[in-house]
Write a protein that binds this ligand. Structure first.
Ligand SMILES: [Zn+2]
Length: 270
């Protein structure tokens, strides 16, 4: 298994610091979480040294000015991106939000090309109403928005991958059937978040979703998406599951938990 981690655990560090740490600790992959200072539109405009954020919120602008996109060439680490998803929604009832989601997801794809990332992961969206007909409509919206992004991904040669979500009513793709129902017509690949899958009654059904590109690895007790270190919840990390994982991104808030999880996996993979 090729193993990496989400930059969530090193949030606010510079790109160079992240790559140094990943290399030092022997990781093969890094998934850059494109939120906040790592927002694709800002990173794409770096050459211009002109940032839209002039609010002087803590050292935010400072951080932006220190990002060096050429740095990726110096490291032998395969990159993935997690597209911005906070406040975006490809399934929104609001056309303006859908258009902005599409625009920002395509910018994440363009950033992937620029820094040599092989794939980007995005979310299928949320629905705020319980009625089935509304849910079905938002699924159609999600497919339409994501299909537009898939076409762009094919044009620029980056793998576009749609993630399964926790088993909560508001999330689309909160079951393997609904994940398939979105991913297949979009024509994209799938990212399986194994912690999200563990909140569903039969997680292994997610292994049947076609074109799985990589896994997000985290643990929980099966109820909440609590992002526990691997082995500290009820998710299946047996050799039988791990043989399905060709590429795994440990997705946890704290870097010490990432390292603990790496250690845990090495004891199982023996
Ligand atoms: Zn995600």
């Amino acid at each position: 298994m090729k193993l990496g981690f989400s930059s969530l655990a090193l949030f606010m560090k510079s790109l160079e610091e992240m790559l140094e740490i990943a290399t030092k600790d022997g990781f093969d992959l890094l998934e850059l979480l494109c939120e906040g200072p790592y927002w694709p539109r800002n990173l794409l405009n770096l050459e211009n040294k002109h940032f839209s954020n002039n609010n002087n919120i803590s050292d935010y602008d400072d951080r932006l000015n220190k990002m060096d996109l050429d740095i990726f060439e110096s490291y032998d680490i395969e990159l993935m991106l997690h597209s911005p998803t906070i406040d975006l929604n490809p399934a929104s009832m609001n056309e303006g939000i859908r258009n902005e989601t599409s625009k920002q997801t395509k910018e994440a794809l363009d950033l992937a090309v620029k820094i040599g990332a092989t794939a980007i992961t995005t979310h299928p969206g949320v629905v705020h109403r319980k009625e089935e007909r509304i849910r079905n409509l938002t699924i159609e919206f999600s497919i339409d928005t994501l299909n537009d992004c898939q076409k762009h991904a094919e044009e620029v040669g980056v793998i576009f991958s749609v993630e399964n979500m926790p088993n909560k009513p508001n999330y689309l793709a909160n079951s393997p059937i609904e994940h398939k129902k979105i991913v297949e017509p979009v024509g994209s690949s799938a990212t399986i978040d194994w912690g999200h899958a563990n909140t569903y009654k039969n997680p292994s059904e997610y292994l049947n979703v076609h074109k799985i590109n990589y896994f997000h690895l985290n643990d929980n007790m099966g109820e909440k998406d609590s992002h526990l270190p691997l082995g500290e919840g009820s998710a299946d990390f047996s050799p039988n599951f791990l043989k399905h994982v060709k590429k795994g991104i440990i997705e946890l808030n704290r870097y010490e938990d990432v390292l603990r999880s790496k250690q845990f996996l090495s004891t199982i993979n023996k």
